[in-house]
Design a protein around this ligand. Sequence first.
Ligand SMILES: [Cu+2]
Length: 145
Amino acid sequence: MKMRALFAAVLAFGLLSGACSSSGSDGIVVDDPWGRSAPMAANNGAFYMTIEGSDVDDRLVSAYASVCGTTELHQTIVTDGVMKMQQAEGGIEIPAGGEAVLAPGGYHVMCIDKDGEFKVGDIIPLTLTFAVAEMQTVDAEIRES
Ligand SMILES: [Cu+2]
């Protein structure tokens, strides 16, 4: 009985580790995409996420959401104590084996001329285009800003 349990455990472990090595490191993984809640009257919204790199250097080059008139990749910079946003020239680097962090106060996807209110709990599909990896559509959840 004990022997069989051990055998089953070894088998399960073998299957698990097999699954791990085959799912590999060849793709880009987008973690925790979310957007900031914004009322109807606000023109703009913003989306954030962490993008885990693949085994080659890559870049996020554009993003698209049907509820945004225009979508830009921005970075927040502080010049002479004043915080402002500018377009991330050439996109957002995603180093091989590293990650790109899009977070409040840093890089973000800017949604300009948004259509309607972004309410807490809404799910907004966001399509991300990379320089190397295939395009991905992720569901961004709207959260308290
Ligand atoms: Cu911005």
